[in-house]
Design a binder for this molecule. Structure first.
Ligand code: UDX
Length: 463
């Protein structure tokens, strides 16, 4: 259990905060980390959560949990169409969230409630909070760069960059350097209009909120932060990276297989490629096999997370040729889910092949691990472009996945001078992370401002 260390706790402030995470892994992790950070600043925490993908309250005995019915039928809980899922949640949770909030506000006994903090994807909550005169702060779990692209949606539609046309994939988007058309947000969904609607609501209801919190840090996204402040005249707090405040995460929805740590213990420093595509993305069988052969042919050790469901049409790793791992003589290890932050911090890890979900990207930066980028949907494409072209800490696999290309990329990253240069650059960013969290650093100071800001809000109490 990751109870915040007593030495870092501040005196209790007698003020309660309501937090409402979006029930997807990449969103639950940062929201519960933020809850721990705010608890350590002296606030009491109530987590409102859906039944679907509910966090485990026993891992957080210092918080109060309130479950709300989400109305999802079993067949609606699939993450295969994540836009549809998030849209449904925003419709189906309105009543239960509203009722739960009323009850919580009536129940207030000793401590007043200062504000509600929700994921940006919970756009319906702004109207509910307004109706109760409860300030709503937003946590955007991805980065500022991709949010600015979402905010540019009307322009992108007007100029015809989206819907993306195959004939324009490689063309630059001069309004949003360094993006190419193919980096613009896109996702597999039954109705693309739902996607545009979700992005527009997310941006508009964030603009209408009382403040915006980022799991990012100023040094990484200075230019983007300035642009954001111009367009979003609300208080903005860059207090990340969240996971550096407290070790490990207790919010994993899948069981983390820790056996891979003892496997890593036997490997040479900086020698292993860690491969993971996060909690939602999927690939087809042909891509899976190209990856497998690319890894095998590279002759470099690898730790590969193959989440059940990652490969379309397969339970797990059945498409692999018989004896695939055995023939590699201990050079490869495959797990269903890893303790990722611990893995990335392990001295044996030399590279990270990632889908560039924002949590993974930030976790890689924090541990100084250069990347191979294989973005799949949404913000991942923008993150990958920044990793490869702006921060220059990774190689972008932007064309068809093919074993020869993969083998070359792994060697370039782990063995060749190019990879060493990337490692140097990412180590500089790692140092910046360490600095920004210390007293006087940008995230430290931003967290102080956030604490004072929350305390300045007019708390709601039943008295
Ligand atoms: C989703 C979207 O895909 C992403 O683009 C958006 O930025 C956040 O939501 P997800 O696919 O879950 O993200 O990836 P990511 O943001 O990287 O989050 C995955 C989390 O799961 C990370 O915190 C990572 O440490 C954790 N993880 C991943 C594990 O604990 N074990 C694993 O084996 C893999």
């Amino acid at each position: 259990m990751e109870k915040p260390r007593e030495s870092r706790m501040q005196q209790r402030k007698g003020v309660t905060l309501l937090l409402f995470p979006l029930p997807l892994q990449g969103h639950i992790n940062p929201m519960l980390q933020l809850a721990n950070i705010l608890y350590s600043k002296g606030f009491s925490i109530i987590i409102i959560h859906t039944k679907f993908n509910s966090p485990n309250p026993s891992k957080y005995p210092h918080f109060t949990f309130r479950s709300i019915p989400d109305g999802l039928f079993e067949h609606e809980t699939s993450t295969a169409d994540v836009v549809h899922l998030v849209t449904l949640l925003n419709i189906k949770c309105i009543r239960s969230f509203h009722d739960s909030l009323i009850k919580l506000l009536l129940d207030v006994k000793e401590e007043p409630i200062a504000c509600l903090i929700t994921d940006a994807d919970w756009y319906f909550t702004q109207a509910v909070a307004d109706s109760m005169k409860l300030p709503r702060l937003v946590l955007r779990t991805s980065n500022i760069s991709s949010f600015l692209v979402y905010a540019a949606l009307p322009l992108l539609l007007e100029k015809g960059y989206i819907p993306i046309k195959d004939s324009q994939l490689e063309e630059p988007v001069p309004e949003l350097p360094p993006l190419k058309v193919k980096d613009l947000p896109g996702v597999k969904t039954r109705d693309v209009e739902d996607f545009y609607h979700l992005l527009a609501e997310l941006v508009n209801e964030t603009k209408a909120s009382s403040g915006l919190i980022w799991n990012s840090f100023e040094d990484l996204e200075q230019v983007e932060l300035s642009a954001l402040c111009k367009d979003f005249p609300i208080p903005i707090f860059t207090i990340g990276p969240f996971h550096k405040y407290f070790p490990a995460t207790s919010s994993s929805l899948l069981t983390q297989d820790k056996s891979c740590i003892s496997w890593l213990d036997k490997k040479a420093p900086n020698s292993v490629l860690y491969v993971s595509f996060g909690s939602i993305a999927d690939i087809n069988e042909a891509e899976f096999l190209e990856i497998a052969w690319g890894l095998a042919n590279s002759n470099q050790p690898f730790l590969w997370v193959v989440r059940p469901g990652l490969v379309l049409g397969s339970e797990w790793i059945e498409p692999l040729p018989h004896g695939f791992l055995e023939k590699l003589g201990g050079r490869g290890c495959i797990v269903k889910w890893a303790p990722q932050q611990e893995v990335l911090a392990h001295p044996a890890i030399g590279g990270f092949w990632t889908h560039n979900g924002w949590n993974s990207t930030l976790e890689g930066i924090c541990e100084g691990v250069p990347m191979i980028c294989h973005p799949i949907f949404g913000d991942q494409r923008i993150n990958a472009r920044y990793v490869a072209d702006i921060w220059r800490i990774g190689l972008h696999l932007e064309y068809k996945l093919e074993r020869g290309v993969i083998e070359r990329a792994i060697k370039r990253l782990l063995v060749e001078a190019e990879g060493q240069e990337m490692r140097k650059r990412i180590m500089t960013l790692k140092e910046k992370v360490e600095h920004c969290l210390k007293q006087g650093g940008s995230s430290y100071e931003s967290l102080e401002r956030l604490t004072s800001y929350i305390l300045s809000l007019q708390p709601l109490s039943s008295h």
